[in-house]
Design a protein around this ligand. Structure first.
Ligand SMILES: CC(C)(COP(=O)(O)OP(=O)(O)OC[C@H]1O[C@@H](n2cnc3c(N)ncnc32)[C@H](O)[C@@H]1OP(=O)(O)O)[C@@H](O)C(=O)NCCC(=O)NCCS
Length: 240
């Protein structure tokens, strides 16, 4: 679905809304992720697992990500936006500027102080002097109650040295804009109760925190047990 194909092409050197001089401009770009981003995505997912103290559940591999992401057109299934930053304007001849499904969003963020990125080399992007600073992973869902589709945000992350500069908001806004563009009625996500910083972030974004809901998860053994019961049931029905 070429949902955003008619958006204007991104400007390589956007001008901020007001003309106040920016001390330490950080050029920030949101674009669709693709297979070549897998190594960065894998490292970022590991960072989320460490941050959320969930490394015991971390079993994603670059191969499992490659096997499942990017096999459908964007926005129809699992979709990822990659956040990149640079101290220079993004190259005008970047291959990412010409995606038929989504025109990248470029903004200048005032970082107030220069960002010291200790993992710059590790997160180097395809474009020169550009580094990956985060991502958001989302996919379509359907609200039975509202009778309309929406997006479920599975994961969002901004690397530590780039936080509190409005980049998380830029990522979430990109998903919201896409939802509105597609006439979707909702953007929903789940957050750990102990992740108070993320909860503050979502509250600040205007999200309602629905305390009365519980997340019910069937993974691993629970999935297999239920599947077995279901097989036994169908055998019973067949022979019984
Ligand atoms: C949550 C996360 C994506 C936010 O990204 P970010 O780039 O720091 O967010 P922004 O700079 O756009 O924040 C926008 C506003 O949200 C609020 N906010 C964001 N982080 C906050 C924090 N740690 N404490 C309090 N308020 C916070 C602030 O009001 C902020 O505006 P301000 O900086 O001008 O005060 C980032 O902190 C992150 O990657 N965390 C680790 C992974 C994670 O927890 N992901 C969510 C899992 S559900």
């Amino acid at each position: 679905m070429a949902a955003a194909a008619h958006q204007p092409p991104p400007s390589a050197s956007p001008v901020p809304a007001d003309s106040t001089p920016i001390a330490h401009p950080l050029f920030s770009r949101i674009r669709l992720a693709g297979p070549s981003d897998i190594p960065h995505i894998h490292k970022l997912i590991h960072e989320i697992a460490v941050y959320e103290r969930l490394t015991h559940l971390f079993s994603a591999t670059e191969s499992s990500l490659s096997a499942h992401l990017f096999s459908s057109p964007p926005f129809q299934s699992f979709t990822m936006f990659i956040l990149e930053v640079s101290h220079e304007p993004f190259p005008e001849n970047s291959p990412h500027n010409s995606n038929s499904h989504y025109s990248p969003v470029v903004r200048i963020v005032d970082s107030e102080v220069p960002v010291d990125d200790p993992e710059r080399e590790l997160y180097k992007s395809e474009d020169e002097n550009v580094v990956v600073a985060g991502f958001v992973l989302f996919f379509p869902k359907f609200s039975a109650l509202l009778g309309k589709p929406g997006f479920f945000v599975e994961a969002i992350v901004v690397r530590k040295c780039y936080r509190r500069k409005g980049l998380g908001k830029m990522l979430l806004s990109a998903v919201v804009n896409q939802a509105v563009e597609m006439d979707y009625c909702q953007v929903e996500l789940v957050v750990l109760e102990r992740n108070v910083r993320a909860i503050k972030f979502y509250e600040e974004m205007g999200a309602q925190i629905l305390g009365e809901w519980r997340v019910c998860d069937l993974t691993g053994d629970s999935l297999r047990v239920l599947q077995t019961n279901d097989c036994e049931l169908s055998l019973l029905n067949h022979y019984g």
